[in-house]
Ligand binder design. Structure first.
Ligand code: KIV
Ligand code: ZN
Length: 518
């Protein structure tokens, strides 16, 4: 075994799942487990079987399905917990029982109400019990970093003597400082002298979980316990994607390897977000929405000249399809021109200057500039009032079918329409068709909630007879966003009746329109 190979122990389904709002049922755990296995984790901690029957069954289901992966189940140092963990792991081909007991005086005195001697005896007894079920037993000394060192060594020695092959020394309360934790881990490695793999498990209470984990690797730890998106108790655990990418990007300082397929990091993060409904902050390293987004004009200009100016890894390395040039008030002309080119439009210098001026005015008013906004700037200027119809109000009643009533304004004059359809968005679009006098058939739509702004953004494609138009818009809820997107499409259609719209310069363009005028 390569001495610099670091084993990734994923505890997203156990410690991660313990955090508020992050619980998962068996099908959800199975789906994530499949992704984690694809990702290349070495050990998958699937749950804490004594916690509930559901947790027991979920661990069992994961153990049954992923025979070639080491599956761990957590147990406190007591007979029942270990029996339950062993039962859940029965179908596993590579089962690991992970037992833990606290070793700090604070935990012993207030939580466990045990003496040091009692906890030591329980450790010896429980390691022996666990070893009767499986060959692979991991022992964790909970709150190791706040434990008396001599006592900690006594407990760890006993666990190793009993047959534990992995010894975990968690920073349970996230109190350690990297250099201090590094020295602590080095001392534990020195003491165990290769008789067991030293593992680390860092919580993020001071935002140091990743730094502590990296310091521990440099000090000799060869197993790291991590979670996707850093979820976990309180402030969470060390984020898998951050540790893995730090190792990959900083090989000069950290010449260690893992078995992780980094291009699956972002898809895995996304799957977790969709599963638990808890997203990551936009500026989260590696997988945050802005991790590969550039808005400042100087940065965009630098990126367009050479991406090395501002990117230390490509988005593709972590599975993000492309760098995002966010067009906002900090963007410059270069980025604006580049985006038009991506959309298939060549904009000459003089025209660009003029559009850029209107673009900055719009960016002052609007946080997210959509491609549709750029097209409006290109064709008609930023003034929203040139849009023929504006949304005033929507009412939707769902009772089997969906009934929608919309009120619009057209140059100050009201227009209203009602319609019924299978779903609320289609009903609203049909009502828009009635109000505007241009019957609409919805071809497709997609609505996406932006976690950071809490705004929904909708993309819609609608037909007016045989003409197809697309619209994009944002709104406080899905129906509002989609109805506004539909109105954008209507307004383009209406405008094109008075004159042909500008076309992409000899390219397919990115617009879903086939505007020929009617
Ligand atoms: O944080 C911790 O100490 C734990 C142990 C059970 C490993 O999660
Ligand atoms: Zn933990």
């Amino acid at each position: 075994m390569d001495p610099n190979r670091v084993c990734v122990f994923d505890t997203t389904l156990r410690d991660g799942e313990q955090s508020p709002g992050c619980s998962m049922n068996t099908p959800e755990k199975l789906r994530l487990a499949r992704q984690l296995v694809e990702l290349g984790v070495d050990v998958l901690e699937a749950g804490f079987p004594i916690a509930s029957d559901d947790d027991h069954d979920a661990v069992r289901a994961v153990a049954r399905e992923f025979g070639w992966v080491s599956i761990a189940a957590l147990a406190r140092c007591n007979r029942l917990d270990i029996e339950r963990a062993a039962s859940a792991l029965e179908p596993a081909k590579r089962p690991r029982i992970h037992i833990f007991i606290a070793t700090s005086d604070i935990h012993l005195k207030y939580k466990l109400r045990r003496s040091r001697e009692e906890a030591l005896e329980e450790t010896i007894r429980c390691v022996e019990q666990a070893r009767r079920y499986v060959d692979d037993v991991e022992f964790s000394a909970e709150d190791a970093t706040r434990s008396d060192m001599d006592y900690l060594y006594q407990v760890l020695e006993a666990a190793v003597a009993g047959g534990c092959s992995t010894i975990n020394v968690p920073d349970t309360v996230g109190y350690s400082y990297p250099d201090e934790y590094g020295r602590f881990v080095a001392a534990v490695c020195e003491r165990l002298r290769g008789r067991a793999i030293v593992s680390v498990h860092c919580h993020n209470d001071l935002g140091l979980a990743v730094s502590n984990t990296l310091a521990a690797i440099e000090a000799g730890a060869r197993q790291v316990e991590l979670t996707i998106n850093g979820i976990g108790e309180r402030a969470g655990n060390a984020a898998l994607e951050e540790v893995v990418m730090a190792l990959k990007v900083r090989q000069d300082r950290l010449p260690y390897t893992t078995g992780i397929r980094t291009e699956l990091l972002y898809p895995t993060s996304q799957l977790l977000t969709r599963t638990i409904g808890v997203g990551v902050q936009p500026n989260k390293a590696i997988v945050g929405k802005n991790a590969f987004a550039h808005e400042a004009g100087i940065h965009q200009d630098g990126m367009l000249k050479n991406r090395l100016c501002y990117e230390i890894m490509t988005p593709q390395t972590v599975g993000i399809p492309e760098t995002l040039m966010v067009l906002g008030k900090h963007s410059g002309r270069h980025a604006l021109r580049a985006r038009y080119e991506q959309l298939g439009y060549q904009v000459e210098k003089q025209e660009l200057d003029e559009i850029y001026h209107r673009f900055t005015q719009l960016a002052d008013k609007k946080k997210n500039i959509l491609d549709d906004d750029l097209m409006e700037l290109l064709e008609h200027g930023a003034d929203e009032s040139v849009a023929a119809f504006q949304l005033e109000a929507i009412e939707v009643a769902v009772d089997g079918a969906s009934r929608a009533a919309v009120r619009l304004l057209r140059q100050g004059k009201p227009a209203a329409g009602q319609a019924e359809a299978e779903d609320p968005i289609t009903a609203c679009c049909a009502a828009v068709g009635v109000a505007t006098g241009h019957p609409i058939a919805v071809q497709s739509y997609a609505v996406h909630l932006d976690e950071s702004t809490r705004l929904n953004s909708a993309d819609i494609t609608v037909c007016f007879g045989n003409q197809v138009y697309a619209g994009q818009a944002e709104g406080p809820d899905a129906i509002n966003a989609a109805t506004n997107a539909c109105l954008k499409a209507v307004n383009k259609y209406v405008r094109n009746r008075w004159g042909p719209a500008r076309r992409p310069a000899g390219s397919q363009g990115a617009q879903a329109r086939s505007a020929t005028g009617d």
